[in-house]
Design a binder for this molecule. Structure first.
Ligand code: BGC
Length: 756
């Protein structure tokens, strides 16, 4: 009886709250959500805001992870848990995922209101935790393609294969600014440039979500990690950042603003703290900016344990309960708790105590249920195994191969040592030569990617791909070094002497998050020692860098005749590299970050003039390779850069054209990058900024005219009072070696929200 009275009271309160909300026009889904919320108890609502990891509801026996009947009952029937995430142990077969998701949704159907669970997964470069899936290059490689169509297609395929694993929610893409080369998650980003991140992010999000996120081939994207995660002061994961509001808005926010406009349904919050404020506690970032300015209406989910950490790590909440209060009031809709139910217990108490309002709870639950409806989970909580015949197909593999091929970046090719001739005897060596870990990286088959060699069955390491390409008899192999120590260098040197060319594979193994923290950006010395020993043989050295971030390789690189960067090119990376080394593919990747020459000279390409140094200053901007750099086996020349008018007024469009000619003797692809610079402005202008790009293919001898449209909004910047403005003055446009100037007439002041 008491329970019935409570339920009726709760319903009345809900009706009142919802009535107060009806000022704005509501969609059919909003109405359904409101009707459902009106039936929910506080406990049921708080349950929707609770997310636990699969370990909490699983049992493991003989290495097999199954949903545990008692644990799932507790999660659903006692705590009304709204969301579950992650994988237990390592990747599953599709049929195992079917069982896992079916067991969860069957239990959800037993709860009073039968609200389906939303399952989330990190399918960040393909469906990382489903055996036999298509694994693409990590985001850093995708960015190097400068090809939005490939990113979009990879997004579509990933969505298809995620739904084929019965999962509707993907914790991707990372839209963080990959600004610090030390940061162990650089490879999860689209690099250091805000425009590249913004455009690649949009391409992949629209691929994930399609026109109807609720159909059986699309998933909800989760842009992450909002905001300012990619620039920790000391380069280590989840350590403090100092980012002034102006810089936050200039460099970090635009990709998220664009993703909101592209319709991204969910967002994950940065685990770090900025200017001393953990983002999980920042009402300014989570409510004022995210909702008030960006108008995001989807789910804001915490990152892993981050509400708990407001107490344990950040020390801004005196108790765990305070942490819950602060985070929910700041604007966190769902807590990735994820190991237990204290969030649920505390939040129920906090509402009873009047410390968190029912309106705030209803707002969060509305967002969560709306996404569940939009995903079609109420009609189709699991999905049909027969709907996905293309899972892991050859068609999808070809797209991954193309992405890897267009990502791999040729940084040096002295004397055109590459491509190699088919009869060449190759000696392959180095710690990244024979492991899938250095192609796939973290988030591959398990969190750290350290099981990739066991699970990427049938996929070729660099060594195996070269053996397949030219026959085992033409390839010799000695590891020469592990990641950080020499291993029988004498054997390596001896084998090198018997070969025509050395393919020296250096770089990193897989890692992510804090496990990947480093104290030194230099590549471990043993790898350089191996390079020095091999270079002494006098044989040409092809240096292959398979690495998640740009480790300092200056000394080893200076010994190489050719240098090729594979980033983390994914499951087809070995084959793509072999095709490139032997001329069956022409490289076209360009650097999405600045490759540093020295560990203490870490300056991004959009540096300020002060960072350029002056003519007698040896310590100015001098990276090993610049952002946007990358060679081809053919050559391109740029000419006739033309701008449609010498003066650009507000609301006008500048049309920029340039001719690009393939001046070599083979077909090639070229990423055409347009930069601009404002010569003088009230805030020190950046040396240059990427404003547009396009990727074209040219036959030998062919010329194409590439056209870009630039508006005054594209030239805006955030001023000293955090307003996005344009200022009148002289601008320079740069494409390849071509330069043009124009004037922008009177400065305009677009509203902050308009520009964001
Ligand atoms: C990472 C997120 C990830 C989440 C769920 C966290 O540790 O920071 O990027 O989505 O775990 O696996």
């Amino acid at each position: 009886m008491r329970r019935i009275v409570i339920i009726i009271n709760v319903m009345l309160l809900n009706v009142l709250f919802l009535a107060a909300q009806t000022k704005q026009p509501v969609s059919e889904i909003d109405k359904k959500v409101d009707a459902l919320i009106a039936k929910m108890t506080l406990e049921e609502k708080v349950g929707q805001m609770t997310e636990v990891t699969s370990d909490v509801v699983s049992t493991t026996a003989n290495g097999v992870h199954n949903i545990d009947a008692d644990k799932i009952k507790e999660a659903i029937l006692k705590y009304h848990v709204g969301s579950i995430l992650n994988v237990s142990g390592h990747s599953y077969d599709r049929d195992h995922w079917f069982k896992v998701i079916s067991d969860i949704q069957a239990e959800a159907a037993q709860d009073r209101l039968k609200i389906p669970v939303i399952y989330g997964i990190d399918a960040i470069h393909g469906v990382t935790y489903t055996n036999g899936s298509t694994l693409f290059p990590q985001e850093i490689g995708m960015a190097a393609t400068f090809n939005k169509d490939i990113a979009h297609r990879a997004g579509e395929i990933t969505a298809y294969e995620t739904r084929a694993s019965y999962i509707p929610w993907n914790y991707s893409p990372v839209l963080d600014l990959g600004k610090s080369p030390l940061w162990p998650r650089i490879y999860e980003t689209f690099g250091e440039d805000p425009y590249l991140i913004k455009t690649m992010g949009k391409a992949i999000i629209t691929g994930y979500q399609g026109n109807d996120v609720g159909d059986k081939y699309h998933v909800a994207a989760c842009m992450k990690h909002y905001l300012g995660y990619g620039f920790p002061l000391d380069g280590k994961d989840r350590t403090p950042a100092w980012i002034p509001d102006r810089y936050m808005r200039e460099y970090f926010l635009p990709p998220f603003a664009e993703a909101v406009k592209a319709g991204a349904r969910t967002l994950m919050i940065n685990s770090g703290e900025i200017n001393g404020v953990p983002i999980h506690a920042s009402k300014y970032m989570l409510t004022d900016v995210l909702r008030g300015e960006l108008h995001f209406d989807g789910i804001a989910v915490s990152d892993w344990r981050d509400i708990e950490y407001l107490h344990d790590r950040h020390h801004i909440a005196a108790t765990q309960k305070d942490a819950v209060m602060i985070a929910v009031n700041a604007g966190v809709d769902m807590s990735m708790v994820p190991y237990e139910y204290s969030f649920y217990t505390y939040l129920v108490e906090l509402v009873h105590e009047g410390k968190v309002s029912m309106a705030r709870i209803n707002e969060a639950v509305h967002r969560i249920l709306k996404v569940k409806y939009q995903l079609g989970l109420f009609e189709r909580p699991v999905g049909n195994p027969n709907d996905y015949p293309k899972f892991g197909s050859e068609e999808f593999r070809q797209v991954s191969l193309q992405a890897a091929t267009e990502a791999i970046t040729l940084l040096k090719n002295n004397g055109n040592v590459l491509p190699l001739k088919k009869g060449t005897k190759v000696f392959v060596t180095g710690p990244t030569a024979n492991t899938m870990r250095s192609l796939d990286g973290g988030w591959s088959y398990n969190w750290q990617g350290d099981l990739a060699d066991q699970f990427a069955t049938g996929k070729n390491t660099i060594l195996k791909a070269l053996q397949q390409k030219i026959g085992k008899d033409n390839v010799s192999y000695e590891p020469g070094a592990s990641f950080d120590s020499l291993q029988n260098v004498d054997a390596a040197v001896k084998a090198a002497k018997n070969a025509d060319v050395i393919v020296l594979c250096l770089g990193e193994l897989s890692y992510t998050e804090n496990v990947g923290n480093i104290d030194d950006l230099n590549l471990p010395w043993a790898q350089t020692e191996l390079a020095m020993a091999l270079a002494k043989t006098g044989k040409p050295v092809i240096l292959v860098l398979a690495e998640g971030r740009p480790r300092i390789v200056t000394q080893a690189e200076s010994l190489a005749n050719a240098t090729v960067l594979t980033y983390l090119a994914g499951n087809e990376g070995g084959d793509a590299l072999a095709n490139i080394l032997f001329g069956d593919a022409n490289p076209s990747g360009k650097l999405p970050y600045t490759y540093p020459r020295f560990p203490n000279a870490l300056v991004n390409y959009y540096r300020k003039n002060l960072e350029n140094g002056n003519s007698d200053d040896k310590h100015g901007y001098n990276p090993l390779f610049e952002f946007g750099y990358g060679l081809s086996y053919t050559t391109f020349s740029y000419s006739n850069l033309h701008i449609s008018k010498p003066t650009l007024n507000e609301n006008e469009t500048l049309t920029v054209t340039v001719d690009v000619k393939n001046t070599g003797d083979r077909t090639g692809k070229e990423s055409v990058l347009l930069y601009s610079r404002q010569e003088y402005a009230s805030i020190a202008p950046d040396t240059k900024r990427l404003r547009a790009y396009d990727k074209i293919e040219l036959q030998a001898g062919e010329t194409k005219t590439v056209t870009f449209k630039i508006t005054s909004k594209d030239l805006a910047f955030v001023n000293d009072v955090s307003k996005t403005v344009t200022e009148a003055g002289e601008f320079t446009i740069m494409i390849g070696d071509q330069v043009q100037h124009f004037n922008l007439t009177s400065g305009t002041v677009p509203s902050r929200t308009g520009r964001l």
